[in-house]
Each structure stands twice: as C-alpha cells, then as structure tokens.
Design a protein around this ligand. Structure first.
Ligand SMILES: CC(=O)SCCNC(=O)CCNC(=O)[C@H](O)C(C)(C)COP(=O)(O)OP(=O)(O)OC[C@H]1O[C@@H](n2cnc3c(N)ncnc32)[C@H](O)[C@@H]1OP(=O)(O)O
Ligand SMILES: O=CC(=O)O
Ligand SMILES: [Mg+2]
Length: 323
C-alpha cells in the first residue's frame, strides 16, 4: 500500500533532478546469482526463479577440466535465446580472467552466439589495460552500435590500487565503444586469498576494501555488488550481512544458491519504515523549498539537500518492489 503510494509520488520537478545526481539503477541487480555453466540443470532452474541477475559462470564455479563444456553449454542457451519471465532480468556470462588461457575462447563463444548476453562479467580485473583489451575484442566482434553491459570484479590488492584508473578507463570507453560499465563487484574471497587474510566473524580483514569499493562505485555512477555469503544454509547470517552491506551503500549481493535469492532481494529493498521516512521527508522538503527554507527539522533531525538525496534513493529502490 505504502509502496504503491510511493510509486506515483515522483520527485519534485522544481528540483531539476537531472542537474543533481541521477544514478543508472534502472536495471536492478540486488541478487547476482552464479550458475555453473557446465550444469544445464542448474541453468534451467535459474530461469524459473524470480532473480534480478543471472551470471552463467565460466570461472571459479567450474572445474578446470569442465571449462570447454561450460562454454559450449552457455553458448547453446544463448543460441536458444533469453527466455522471457514475468519481469525483465539481467542474463550475463562471467568469463575467465584475462591472465588465463580460457577468456578469449569464452568471449568469442558468447559474442558470436545467435543472441548476445546482456552483460559480460570480467573477474580479477587488475589494471585498466584489461578493460581496453576487452573493449577492442568487443569492437572486433560487434559491428553494430549495440552496447554490451560490463561488470568489473575488484578482488586483489593491485586492483584496489588501480580501481580509479580502471573505472575512468571504462567510463571513457563507454562513450566511444560498445561497452557500458554498470557495476563493480567486491570479490571478497579472492581478495582474502590475494592479501593472505583469514576470514573472521567480524569481517575486520575486509572492512577497508569493502568500503572503498562502494566509494569508487558511487563516484562513477556504478552499482556496488557486495561479497558472497558462502554458508548458504545460514539464512539468518545472510540477512545480517545483507543489511550491513546495504547500510554501507551496496546495491546488491552475489549469491550462489536459489535459497539465498528472496532474502537478498528483500533485504536490498528499503523497509516500510524507511519508505515512510523518505516519503514524508520528500513531501516536507518540497514544502520547505517552496517556503524558501533550505534547512529544516524533520523527525528531530536537520534536513537539507544531501538528506533529501538519500531519501530519493530510498524511493527509487522502493519502486522496484513488485506491487
Ligand atoms: C567466490 C565465487 O566466485 S562464488 C561463484 C562460484 N561458485 C558457484 O557458482 C557455486 C554455485 N552454487 C552451487 O554450485 C550449488 O549451490 C552448491 C554446490 C553450493 C550446492 O548445490 P546442491 O548440493 O545442488 O544444492 P541443493 O541440493 O540445496 O540445491 C537445491 C536445488 O537448487 C539447485 N541449485 C543449487 N545451486 C544452484 C545455482 N547456483 N543455480 C541454479 N540452481 C541451483 C539444485 O540444482 C537443486 O535443484 P532441484 O531441486 O531442481 O534438484
Ligand atoms: O568472485 C568472487 C569472490 O569473492 O572471489
Ligand atoms: Mg572471485
């Protein structure tokens, strides 16, 4: 009820929102679900789920001796075409990393399919050169001006040192080539392996990197996709980690099992009380702007433009909820 009210409540026009910050969150990726590419049964199952984003995996979810099988299975699903569901979803392929012998064949296979994937996910990006190389490969194979979405994985110390350069390059190439960067993924498990950290309950070992990724993603208008929760049977723990990530500014989370999807997709929607807070704040903001007041008090807190923008983000997310 509250959500449908919000749906029709647009952001005040007089704020000229185009001149403020408009993030490209129109394709939600609250749950980014991995499906091992060599497992047609799991791929078929994923197509029956209400999930924002499917990532057919050629990389770490596939054994080394199954790389070819994964590539060929994914190709056959792409050739058949993306099945339609009740609502649109992202249908992507995670290729192997650029320091392996597999990525070129992975890319060739999906870019020459009868139907292109919506998105290519590139793991273990460490320098801007990978993005340049990727863009060249895409240019050689896609002759039209069709854009292919790109999700960039940041999962090593070196990648974090180069993260701004990587994003700047991707942003630049989005203006001159067929690639459209859409999200950054925090690859926490590879990151820990790379820096020699041990996972702890408090997650202290990944705190800095987890925060840095959000910061950079937002600076480049990209979605920020949080770490995977590998104890997939522990749904309480998953919920807690989702809430933590959302509070940090993450827009979605990697998932590995169908049972995780509803928890994650629900968690990355604002709660009823957040929606109520944001909706009331926007109404109050509009009134105070008309009265010429830039700052005012709402529910005991000082409100001005930055808080209004946070409220807008809440409402945009709330509108993703199916009514
Ligand atoms: C750090 C990273 O890079 S994470 C990404 C790499 N890792 C992955 O991709 C792992 C993906 N996940 C999986 O492979 C599996 O979920 C596993 C191995 C963890 C557990 O698999 P299972 O033992 O089959 O789990 P379970 O029996 O609970 O599965 C229940 C159902 O969901 C299906 N299922 C499980 N995981 C997936 C998945 N990722 N995608 C689609 N369907 C799935 C199963 O096939 C089964 O289907 P059915 O009921 O029709 O028979
Ligand atoms: O790819 C994901 C990770 O955590 O590593
Ligand atoms: Mg990884």
């Amino acid at each position: 009820m509250l959500v449908s009210f919000v749906k029709f409540r647009t952001i005040p026009r007089f704020l000229n929102i185009n001149k403020i910050i408009v993030r490209k969150y129109n394709v939600p990726r609250r749950a980014l679900m991995y499906v091992p590419g060599d497992d047609p049964k799991k791929i078929s199952k994923s197509l029956t789920l209400d999930v924002d984003c499917i990532a057919l995996d050629c990389e770490d979810g596939v054994a080394v001796n199954k790389k070819r099988e994964a590539r060929e299975t994914i190709r056959s699903f792409l050739d058949k075409g993306k099945p339609s569901k009740d609502r649109d979803y992202d249908f992507g392929v995670r290729i192997n990393a650029f320091d392996t012998e597999y990525w070129q064949e992975d890319l060739e296979s999906c870019l020459t399919a009868i139907n292109l994937p919506d998105t290519i996910l590139i793991p273990k990006v460490e320098t801007a050169d990978t993005i340049k190389q990727f863009s060249e490969e895409v240019k050689q194979r896609i002759k039209s001006d069709k854009k292919i979405n790109v999700i960039i994985y940041i999962e090593s110390a070196r990648a974090f040192l180069n993260i701004v350069d990587i994003c700047k390059t991707a942003e630049g190439l989005s203006k001159t080539s067929n690639i459209q960067p859409v999200s950054l993924v925090f690859g926490s498990d590879d990151f820990c392996a790379n820096i020699g950290a041990t996972r702890t309950e408090s997650s202290i070992e990944i705190l800095y990197a987890r925060q840095k990724l959000v910061l950079v993603a937002k600076a480049f208008n990209l979605q920020a996709i949080d770490m995977v929760y590998i104890k997939y049977k522990d749904l309480e723990g998953l919920k807690k980690q989702c809430e933590e990530g959302m509070k940090m500014g993450y827009t979605g989370k990697q998932v590995i099992h169908p049972g995780q999807v509803p928890i994650v997709q629900e968690a990355f929607l604002p709660s009823a009380s957040q929606i109520e807070w944001a909706s009331g704040l926007l109404q109050s903001f509009e009134k105070h702007q008309k009265d010429g007041k830039g700052a005012f008090t709402y529910k005991g807190s000082m409100i001005d433009m930055p808080t209004m923008r946070q409220a807008e983000n809440v409402i945009k997310l709330a509108n993703l909820k199916k009514t």
